[in-house]
Write a protein that binds this ligand. Structure first.
Ligand SMILES: C[S@@+](CC[C@H](N)C(=O)[O-])C[C@H]1O[C@@H](n2cnc3c(N)ncnc32)[C@H](O)[C@@H]1O
Length: 219
């Protein structure tokens, strides 16, 4: 009953989704989005996979980029468009309601300078990620770049055990607040490199298992 009431409360106030993300990432989500947006140049064409409420898209559009956000949730995309309008940037944002596994249906090859995704790939099994990144590679222009920020599986037995205990405790608030549970991704650098890109940089954020991976298409 209490759970149901809380879910309804969250659904009627989508901005709480962003608050939920801040809590779940121990406040790191804003820093991650700033790091990513700082790389963006005016005129860049960006595909944001699992764009959610569009907070990263808005940061990138403020830098002069054009963003296409693809997300399977109508609710998230509505909020993304509201956020873009609130900043007067709605003309730079295109939203597509579909699954990330369908990205190649929507775009021509070599459309984007960047493909970005923050905290949205943990919901996919490895085989889906392999499929998605092969398509991402085709959609990137020459010298196109990939930036992915997500939780990655820690290396080492004891670190993994400690991490799994913490994740077990955080599972319930995460589900209540953001209504989804993401899992740490295993082997993402290999998946990206096998798709035809090179990892160029990796930023690890302290106290969380979130990493930001930067990669560039091998032309
Ligand atoms: C944790 S949220 C992250 C949102 C946003 N990237 C951010 O950092 O605030 C995950 C997003 O992925 C979206 N998502 C989940 N499964 C998806 C799928 N199969 N295809 C596209 N988007 C998906 C969800 O709707 C949600 O908006």
């Amino acid at each position: 009953m209490l759970l149901y009431a809380w879910m309804l409360f969250v659904e009627t106030a989508p901005e709480r989704y962003d608050l939920g993300m801040k809590i779940m990432t121990l406040g790191r989500i804003d820093r991650i989005k700033k790091i990513i947006a700082d790389r963006i140049k005016p005129g860049d064409k960006i595909l944001d996979i699992g764009c959610g409420t569009g907070t990263l898209a808005v940061r990138c559009m403020k830098k002069g980029a054009y963003v296409t956000g693809i997300d399977s949730s109508e609710f998230m995309l509505e909020q993304a468009m509201k956020n873009a309008k609130a900043s007067g940037l709605e003309e730079k944002l295109t939203v597509i309601k579909d699954s990330a596994t369908q990205i190649d249906k929507h775009f021509e090859n070599e459309t984007f300078n960047y493909v970005i995704a923050t905290c949205s790939l943990g919901e996919f099994p490895k085989s889906y990620l392999e499929y998605i990144f092969k398509r991402v590679n085709k959609l990137l222009k020459k010298n196109g770049k990939i930036i992915i920020a997500d939780e990655m599986q820690p290396e080492g037995k004891w670190r993994r055990l400690f991490y799994n205990i913490i994740m077990g405790i955080l599972w319930i608030p995460q589900f209540l607040i953001v209504r989804r549970v993401a899992y740490p991704i295993k082997g993402l650098p290999e998946i990206i490199e096998n798709s035809g890109a090179t990892i160029t940089e990796r930023i690890k954020l302290s106290l969380t298992k979130i990493q930001i991976l930067f990669a560039e298409k091998v032309n």
